[in-house]
Design a protein around this ligand. Structure first.
Ligand code: MIG
Length: 762
């Protein structure tokens, strides 16, 4: 129950201050169908329960209005998916069902299901999507209901994304619970310290429950993402540096910015345009005063090797003279109240209508309208405010929220394939469906280019449609620190292509904080500097030359790491593995590693142990088993030890595992230079191995085998290269007819500096 000193009615409040009583379990009122299947997915046994309550006795006029929602939007249809395997679900008897941790469920009210499970003391909790939390989520309550909440602090509960996949970690075993329903859920992970977990699922419909038996962490995530999908390879340019600000007000500023990056030799691939490029915040328009040459801007920028991304919010300005609004009204594409009126609320454009993305016609219309950007050369689309956020309904759920209200009492209705449903039941899908339409727009307009979509809201499986960022953080060291556990849990929930605003969005960054943020940001899969209107500028050249030098050098290292990063995305596409991983991913059973969330693994070979406080000059670093080399100095550390390590400002806080071979590119100003960059295989140790993935970085051709995967080995100091996959042989596509790439290797200690490598068959 919220306790707000400004509005609390003290008489009621006093009544609430009683001793703690165990809450009795509700009586099960379920009547309906429950069906059980099981399968082995990526080697992990999974139980699936399909639960459908009998439709409440609908009033005669409502019979065709009440949709059941049989469809899962989260789980991919294995028949139509490129990434997931066909899964063989076997019918099982429901009577003999016994789930791990004694998981049980019941229907507590017509609009609520409760789930209970045991949480022995030693169990840790991971995953659950985007949570403002340490890595271990235990001891807190987690409400999953898409909310524009810019206050990221310990009270933050509802945030932008909703991914109801919880990992229960115990020793080397990782079990999973996935409640597949877009409806709001409240997960209580033993807040009362009674060793039990509870979930309330607020729905008048049914749900699918998936329970994954204990497995290794990589196997569990592989199984979960086999069901819910993986991100296909992103365009290479989207992995470079992205520069954003709310907002660059006019095209002169954009051109000036591009100039600055190139003159100062700070690598950058993308400039991002926030809401002020529009004409009075009308979506699919541009300001004629401030962006008079909108149609040639992207071309000019392309000549300077920049891509442009524009923000696109869902709210459509209520304006009879605005063709998009008129079309939406005419074709019945907006969300409508139970009374049949178009729902109107305030967002940036003023009074606005909200597209009903649950409807296929709306998605088609949106997809086609997005051509406005694509025909003007815009390369990527950034979806914001898609919870959907509304200025006067920040927290639309009734409080207290004990069960899902009837459909017609839920703000407005949305139209699914199965009929109308109350908005709250499907609100968590709003950003997901918008992302789906947006991705389709890019694919349709540019069939042979990998799309780039960025979204703030999203739900299970969003990685199939878009990259994500974690919304409005602040320029605080606390938020720098929190970005580690938050992104780790997002990654374990299937969403690998993620990042937070580098430098912090709200507040004013300091030069030192910005540098520290870039030291970690180099390893965010999504690498973008962004800040709010009210904050001080934080482009890399907004501070002293000393700061600029440090930031430049960090961004340069991001570009050097691109071949390794591409390899990690390739790994994600095939196994669901995130790029940022908790230490325990690679060091299972190591209890110190499991307790550590101020360090992380970036792939199997790099460990990041950053400075997270102001004026920090050194920190304790835990080195798991093995031998480690400091990225910047080559200094050697023996593993299974915690050591005090210096963290000078501006140095990449990374350590490489002995036995690794990292493929590195040369420094470049943008990924347009990537295909010509020499590749150095940096060898760590006398016996080492690695891989190097290369393709054209832009098309879908890798899906039909047009890529190379080189296997690199060093045995007793002798370097060998062989083709794991050689799909570009005889093609010059990679190099667009230009000079052929040079390959060489060198050892970390400087021996064998730059020995040229001849590729097999070259
Ligand atoms: O109400 O478009 O999270 O990245 O710069 C604020 C302006 C709306 C919130 C996003 C932020 C973006 C800002 N938006």
């Amino acid at each position: 129950m919220t306790f707000d000193i400004f509005t609390t009615d003290w008489t009621t409040a006093r009544k609430k201050i009683g001793g703690w009583q165990p809450e009795p379990r509700a009586r099960d009122m379920f009547a309906g169908n429950a069906h059980r299947e099981s399968a082995v997915v990526q080697g992990v046994r999974v139980e699936r329960l399909c639960v459908r309550p009998v439709a409440p006795k609908a009033k005669a006029k409502d019979t065709d209005k009440l949709a059941k929602i049989n469809k899962s939007y989260a789980v991919v249809d294995s028949k139509s998916s490129e990434t997931s395997e066909a899964i063989d679900w076997q019918n099982q008897s429901i009577e003999s069902l016994q789930l791990p941790y004694n998981l049980t469920w019941l229907q507590a009210a017509p609009g609520r299901f409760d789930f209970y499970f045991d949480m022995p003391e030693q169990v840790r909790c991971l995953g659950l999507g985007e949570r403002f939390s340490d890595l271990n989520l235990r001891g807190n309550r987690h409400t999953l209901f898409a909310t524009d909440n810019p206050h990221h602090n310990e009270h933050a509960d509802m945030l932008y994304k909703s991914i109801p996949f919880l990992i229960l970690a115990e020793g080397e075993k990782y079990a999973g619970i996935f409640i597949d329903s877009p409806s709001p859920q409240r997960w209580d992970l033993d807040t009362e310290l009674v060793q039990s977990g509870k979930v309330e699922l607020f729905t008048r419909r049914g749900f699918y429950l998936y329970v994954f038996e204990g497995a290794t962490l990589p196997a569990l995530v592989a199984a979960f993402t086999s069901l819910t999908g993986r991100a296909p390879l992103p365009p290479l340019w989207s992995l470079g540096h992205q520069q954003c600000r709310w907002s660059y007000p006019d095209e002169d500023t954009i051109r000036h910015l591009a100039d600055q990056f190139r003159k100062r030799k700070i690598p950058c691939d993308t400039l991002v345009m926030d809401i002020d490029y529009m004409d009075d915040y009308r979506v699919f328009t541009h300001s004629k005063e401030r962006f008079p040459n909108f149609s040639s801007l992207a071309d000019d920028m392309a000549r300077a090797h920049f891509k442009l991304i524009t923000i696109v919010d869902p709210g459509v300005k209520k304006d009879e003279k605005f063709d998009i609004y008129r079309q939406g009204i005419k074709d019945d594409l907006f969300c409508k109240t139970a009374k049949g009126e178009v729902f109107i609320e305030t967002v940036w454009p003023g009074l606005s209508a909200f597209p009903d993305f649950m409807k296929a016609e709306t998605r088609d219309w949106w997809r086609d309208s997005l051509n406005f950007y694509l025909k003007n050369g815009i390369k990527g689309i950034w979806n914001d405010m898609n919870e959907p956020a509304m200025f006067n309904s920040q927290r639309p759920l009734p409080d207290p929220f004990l069960e899902m209200p009837d459909d017609d009492k839920q703000m407005f209705l949305q139209s699914t394939e199965d009929g109308a449903v109350g908005h709250f039941e499907v609100r968590n899908l709003y950003g997901f469906m918008m992302g789906m339409a947006t991705r389709e727009a890019l694919l349709k307009a540019r069939p042979n280019e990998r799309p780039f979509v960025l979204t703030r809201s999203g739900s299970t499986g969003i990685q199939r449609h878009a990259a994500v960022w974690l919304g409005d953080n602040t320029s605080w060291y606390e938020h720098l620190q929190k970005s580690l556990p938050m992104l780790l849990n997002v990654g374990l929930s299937g969403v690998a292509f993620a990042g937070v605003d580098i430098g912090g969005f709200g507040g004013h960054t300091t030069p030192e904080l910005l540098v520290r943020w870039y030291e970690i940001g180099v390893f965010y899969p999504f690498f973008r500097n962004h800040c709010a209107l009210m904050g001080r500028a934080q482009e890399p050249f907004s501070f002293s030359p000393a700061v600029e030098d440090m930031v430049r050098s960090l961004i340069e290292q991001r570009y050097r790491l691109l071949p390794y990063i591409q390899g990690l995305f390739w790994e994600h596409a095939r196994s669901g593995a995130p790029l940022m991983r908790p230490l325990e991913w690679h060091y299972p059973g190591d209890t110190i590693a499991a307790a550590c969330d101020d360090q992380f693994m970036f792939g199997a070979d790099i460990m990041v142990a950053p400075a997270l406080r102001a004026n920090q000059t050194s920190r304790n670093v835990y080195f798991p088993e093995g031998v480690w080399y400091e990225w910047s100095s080559g200094r050697r550390f023996e593993g299974k030890s915690t050591l005090r390590v210096d963290c000078p400002l501006g140095c990449l806080p990374a350590f490489v595992r002995e036995g690794a071979i990292l493929p590195l590119a040369d420094i470049m100003q943008s990924t347009d230079e990537y295909a010509d960059s020499a590749i150095t295989f940096q060898v760590y140790g006398q016996n080492a191995s690695g891989t190097f993935f290369e393709d054209d970085g832009i098309s879908h051709d890798y899906k039909v085998g047009k890529y190379n995967e080189w296997k690199l080995t060093v045995r007793e100091g002798k370097f060998e290269i062989s083709a794991g996959h050689n799909g570009l042989a005889g093609e010059d596509k990679l190099h667009s007819g230009r000079s052929l790439r040079k390959y060489s290797y060198q050892s970390v200690n400087g021996a064998n500096g730059g020995v040229a490598v001849k590729l097999p068959g070259a």
